[in-house]
Design a protein around this ligand. Structure first.
Ligand code: F6P
Length: 544
């Protein structure tokens, strides 16, 4: 963090110290219009942050921090194609993929929109062909599509296909990501080779998991249908089009993208093809349009009304002023089952850094641990800790006004639970309220004294709520882009590079070294005692 921003951060931390005992409920008592003042809309999405411990002064200080960190300039650099990913010397322009305007997007002196639109047109033609059966496998129209990819080449399409499940009217979609053989075997067991399309999704086309799974799928297909079937049954999504042909993929079945699209930002690119096959090109365009609407809002709205900026600033308040270490994402929307996992990569791979852009050790905490599960399931698992544990966990709640599939009063009950949890977390329940309840129930004074401390809820636990009419492709596009820009804003304030991921390399390297030892082809030399011991027992357990 730079000097001036650091000074403002210190002010923010002092402000936190001074307001340590402030109750969110008191902020509501002091300001009856707090909901209007501390909620913001962007197209279909309402973001309510009134149930956080933030007032006008806090917000002023946070906005000052954003300005001191040069947020507006950094945002301009992002959108104008600067190589802000400095360690990889790349621009960051996934927004071009959802650019629905006629404006050019220039990277390194060239308008990239013609290439973006050409790939999207090729994806659309291919999707239409597969969906109407004019592009088919050796056994006829494709009934099944298997996306083989990992990380950003998996999580985006997996999350979005689950989110838009009611819209999935194309071939059955399967995802294989893990190198654990069970992942692919369990898919291969249930699909017919003659009508299955395999998508090898890999930005680099070198990732061990994906290339191993792709080779296994290829061997399986060749065994069933012969070598010639590969050209009809395999397609590739990659920036490394030089490598896809060697795998046997036809040039016109290789859909490209560019190095200015980070893996965890690639669902908008050709990597989204499995999603497009499932929901159709029109819905896919709606998804892009939702993302584009957020891009326009992020660029144009004043910071005080800018949804991703506010999301980021609230996160900074919780992380750097309040010292909260994790952030929960709690969708009251079963179709958003994989949204927390998707956000884990987006947030933790982007902002899990400790070196600044000036090559200094970060002097503040950076990205929090992101986690979550859909409600109401979480309520019967980990909410105990959120309500009464010693750690405060700021949480995002997400809920649609209308259900994707209506049945009885399920949705009203779901919504009541979501709103109730945010209320309970904020209000808590005092010892006096607990005692009154117990007395009213006729409990003895001795029992009341024993039980009361266990039934007290401290409250004052912050939550934000996203409310939208229904989980349409447009709304999903908005939600994803909102979190993307939130992550960008936080990275800008922490002065880190949110767009590289060197932290994933060492493990990959060591796995490469260890593989011959695991296979028993090389002795376990020069390793630490634990690894040597584990390898020895591993081999014994395998009877070798
Ligand atoms: O290991 C991390 C990572 O590089 C992610 O950033 C990326 O999304 C994933 O691996 C998959 O990479 P690829 O698309 O090149 O196979």
């Amino acid at each position: 963090m730079r000097e001036i921003a650091h000074t403002v951060l210190t002010q923010l931390q002092n402000h936190r110290k001074e307001t340590q005992d402030r109750r969110i409920t008191d902020l509501f008592s002091a300001d009856p219009a707090r909901f209007e003042g501390y909620s913001v809309r962007c197209e279909e999405v309402l973001f309510d942050y009134s149930k956080t411990n933030i007032n006008g002064e806090t917000l002023e200080c946070l906005i000052e921090l954003a300005e001191a960190a040069g947020l507006s300039q950094k945002r301009d650099q992002l959108f104008s194609g600067h190589h802000i990913n400095v360690t990889e010397d790349r621009a960051v322009q996934h927004m071009a993929l959802r650019n629905m305007s006629n404006f050019p997007v220039v990277i390194d002196g060239q308008d990239v929109m013609p290439s973006v639109l050409a790939v999207r047109a090729a994806m659309t033609a291919f999707s239409k062909g597969v969906r109407n059966g004019t592009i088919a496998g050796q056994g006829g129209a494709f009934t099944d599509v298997v996306n083989i990819g990992i990380g950003g080449s998996d999580l985006g399409p997996v999350m979005a296909a689950a989110a838009l499940k009611p819209r999935c009217d194309g071939p059955d979609l399967h995802f294989v990501s893990n190198i654990d053989g069970s992942d692919i075997l369990e898919v291969l067991e249930k699909i017919p080779p003659a009508t299955t399309l395999f998508i090898v999704a890999s930005k680099t086309f070198t990732t061990q998991e994906t290339m191993t799974n792709a080779q296994t799928a290829r061997d399986w297909l060749v065994k069933a249908l012969g070598e010639n079937a590969v050209a009809d049954h395999f397609i590739a999504l990659s920036t490394a089009l030089d490598k896809t042909a060697a795998f046997g993929i036809r040039d016109d079945r290789a859909f490209g993208f560019w190095d200015w699209v980070g893996g965890r930002y690639s669902v908008w690119s050709a990597i989204g093809l499995s999603l497009m096959l499932a929901i159709g090109p029109e819905d896919f365009e709606e998804f892009l349009a939702g993302g584009h609407a957020v891009d326009r809002h992020f660029q144009a709205a004043p910071l005080r009304e800018n949804m991703p900026v506010l999301m980021a600033l609230i996160g900074i308040w919780h992380r750097n002023a309040c010292g909260y270490g994790t952030h929960a994402v709690l969708p009251y929307d079963n179709h958003l089952l994989r949204f927390p996992a998707y956000l884990q990569q987006l947030d933790m791979e982007s902002n899990g850094k400790s070196i600044t852009l000036e090559n200094q050790a970060a002097s503040t905490q950076t990205g929090p641990i992101v986690w979550g599960e859909p409600g109401t399931n979480g309520q019967h698992a980990f909410y105990q800790l959120i309500h009464q544990g010693t750690s405060v966990v700021p949480a995002d709640f997400l809920i649609a006004a209308k259900p994707a599939q209506a049945i009885g009063d399920h949705h009203e009950k779901l919504a009541a639970n979501a709103f109730a949890q945010t209320e309970a977390l904020m209000q808590g329940k005092s010892a006096k309220e607990v005692e009154d309840d117990l007395r009213h129930a006729g409990m003895s004074e001795a029992k009341i004294a024993q039980l009361t401390p266990h039934k007290v809820f401290p409250g004052n636990r912050p939550t934000c709520t996203f409310l939208y009419p229904g989980l349409t492709p447009f709304v999903l596009g908005q939600l994803v882009a909102l979190y993307e820009h939130k992550v960008f804003v936080q990275g800008a304030i922490w002065n880190i590079n949110s767009f590289d991921q060197w932290g994933v390399e060492l493990g990959k390297e060591l796995a490469g070294e260890l593989l011959p030892m695991v296979k028993g082809e090389a002795p376990a030399e020069n390793r630490n005692g634990s690894t040597v011991g584990l390898l020895e027992v591993f081999h014994k357990m395998r009877g070798k």
